[in-house]
Design a protein around this ligand. Structure first.
Ligand SMILES: [Zn+2]
Length: 616
């Protein structure tokens, strides 16, 4: 069956099924303006933040960020793949099922490829392990591990390895085992040379951490340089089996103990996980150098009810922890934080004070609310009236954010004491702010757009703003530009004339922009629902959020359009400049003078262009 009839089936199912009717089978929806709202079926909540927008046939939850179309809903709710969701919905729509078969064929081909890559990765992991433990070359890496206090048992358990300093040691080994080049490349282990002349190994002269998924299959690798080369850590690229936003390092070893204890300890890096496990903290896991995603959080919430974040006590570490908390707060988890002394990561701490002290420290982790309140009181001296008022203003949204009434009551008592004000006074203030916020059920998603220019700062907005504050300016610009394109295709024409795909550096916004360009080539009119269907699940969520926001805050975004474009142009020049500067350094080191001269000319041009764009 050809692709076209597959698409027809999807379209027919979509036409037949109304999303409000479908979701009403699962939860109670009540109309509210242009949405329907209800209690989210994907996270626990007491006030509804789950929305369904009938005219766009999408759903989106402002609480946990889940969103998409009818297919995404069934996939997420029933835990099935696209093919099965399509079949279920086809049955519901009384459409004959024969057409669905093509998806199953595709699916089985896909799962065959997956298991081939898992097998290949396992062979590669064994190769790296042998290089570490049994070769002369591997000794430096082994020494490094011993020096950092990692013992043999842990090296074996986690299957650590070493990638030799060679362009094709692994590639040739795998070829000799009968694997074909294409598969090795698909696994991300070798990279095609730009000149088309063969391949080279991705990991060279690096300590290797095999990355296992929760079922214990080798899905990718992390490599740490042993000679201060950049980047310090190099991961496998995203492959059919490796998706960083779904993997937590160490979880395969930790999951049973996590379930038993009901607690997860989140640390930052590979080495932290190894040290923690060696020290007896067998519930430690780490994300792979990325912020926690909603997938991570869902995984954590399904295994445990308590999360302890352990992080470096300097301010960057604190910010990283807060980032993690923002994502975790939407789930039914008790969050505690455990700051370490400044400039100390868990690995340092364990080496310095030993495993027992580390375990004691984790025992003493403080609840997240206490941590937040303590921080506010650290900055504001409550003996000075102005600062005291400011502290109250900042603490109120935290108290309002506590869903559990008994718990909130406890905190009100505590805070009143700390601030030296009466409980009644505090309760009164809470009530006032609470009433003002009642109408802002949907405010979370439109926050960035509204707040940017008007500077209205209700206390609770600071809390709600947090995810947007974490965005860098170029990412904010990309989000806003996509929002403009969604609302009027005129913007698409203009933006396309000014920017190219490369300007969209965030993978999700780039994917959406690509789809806009693709559909524009195909049709005169862009059909947003058709577009939604072509996006990855990750991009669908973002797209659904933007669609749900609709025209809220659009006027302000329009005014800022030239700024956004300039921001992205400048951002691209800056990253090109950095790239050329790095190349110059490298050529200088290797004494390639001619190339240095060429690159310097190139650099001058870039800098000139960059100035033109920023002075415009
Ligand atoms: Zn939700």
């Amino acid at each position: 069956m050809d692709r076209k009839s597959d698409r027809d089936l999807v379209e027919r199912v979509r036409e037949q099924i109304d999303i409000v009717e479908l979701i009403s089978d699962y939860i109670l929806l009540t109309p509210k303006g242009r949405y329907y709202v209800g209690l989210c079926p994907f996270h626990q909540e007491k006030t509804p933040s789950f929305t369904v927008t009938p005219d766009k046939q999408i759903f989106y939850c402002f609480g946990c960020g889940v969103g998409g179309d009818i297919f995404s809903f069934v996939m997420k709710k029933e835990g099935v793949g696209f093919a099965e969701a399509l079949n279920k919905l086809a049955v519901r729509a009384n459409i004959p099922l024969d057409n669905g078969k093509a998806y199953f064929r595709e699916k089985s081909e896909k799962s065959e490829l997956k298991s081939k890559i898992y097998r290949l990765n396992t062979i590669a992991a064994r190769f790296f392990y042998a290089c570490l433990t049994r070769t002369e070359e591997g000794k430096q890496a082994l020494e490094y591990l011993y020096k950092r206090g990692i013992k043999k048992e842990i090296i074996k358990k986690f299957g650590l390895g070493f990638a030799p300093d060679s362009w094709n040691a692994l590639g040739n080994y795998l070829l000799s085992k009968g694997y074909d080049q294409e598969l090795i490349e698909q696994a991300g282990l070798i990279i095609a040379r730009k000149d088309g002349n063969g391949y080279f190994d991705r990991f060279r002269n690096r300590l290797i951490y095999p990355i296992l998924d929760i079922q214990g299959r080798v899905c990718g690798f992390g490599g740490r340089t042993l000679q201060n080369k950049q980047p310090k850590y190099l991961n496998s690229p995203e492959t059919i089996v490796f998706n960083k936003s779904k993997i937590l390092y160490g979880l395969n070893f930790a999951k049973d103990e996590i379930k038993r204890q009901g607690t997860i300890v989140l640390v930052e890096g590979y080495m932290d996980v190894l040290s923690a496990h060696q020290a007896g903290c067998k519930i430690a896991v780490a994300s792979l150098g990325t912020a926690l995603t909603s997938e991570h959080c869902r995984m954590l919430a399904s295994l445990a009810s308590n999360v302890v974040l352990v992080y470096d006590g300097d301010s960057a570490g604190g910010r990283a922890a807060l980032k993690g908390i923002e994502a975790l707060k939407n789930y039914d988890l008790t969050i505690k934080v455990c700051p370490l002394p400044k400039d100390t990561d868990p690995d340092d701490y364990i080496r310095k004070y030993g495993g027992e002290e580390f375990l004691k420290l984790i025992e003493k982790a403080v609840p997240f609310y206490d941590f937040q309140i303590e921080n506010i009181l650290k900055i504001n001296n409550i003996n000075i009236l102005e600062e005291k008022l400011k502290a109250i203003k900042l603490i109120i949204p935290i108290l309002l954010g506590i869903d559990n009434i008994n718990q909130r009551d406890e905190y009100i008592k505590k805070v009143a004491q700390l601030l030296k004000i009466s409980e009644e006074n505090l309760r009164l203030q809470l009530k006032q702010v609470g009433i003002n916020n009642k109408h802002s059920l949907l405010v979370k998603g439109v926050k960035f757009a509204n707040n940017r220019h008007t500077n209205i700062k209700k206390p609770s907005q600071e809390v709600l703003d947090a995810p947007y504050k974490m965005m860098t300016a170029p990412v904010k610009a990309q989000r806003s530009l996509i929002k403009l394109m969604i609302n009027n295709s005129i913007y698409l024409d203009y933006i396309q004339s000014q920017l190219s795909t490369e300007h969209f550096t965030h993978h999700i916004y780039r994917e959406i922009f690509d789809q806009f360009l693709y559909l524009k080539q195909q049709d005169e009119e862009i059909d947003l629902t058709r577009m939604l269907n072509r996006l990855s699940e990750e991009a669908k969520e973002v797209f659904a959020q933007l669609l749900t926001e609709g025209k809220d805050g659009l006027e302000l975004e329009e005014k800022a359009l030239p700024d956004y474009i300039e921001c992205l142009q400048e951002h691209k020049y800056q990253s090109q400049i950095e790239k050329v500067q790095r190349a110059i350094e490298e050529c200088e080191k290797e004494g390639r003078k001619d190339e240095v001269l060429q690159l310097l000319v190139c650099l001058q041009n870039l800098k000139r262009n960059s100035n033109i764009s920023s002075n415009r």
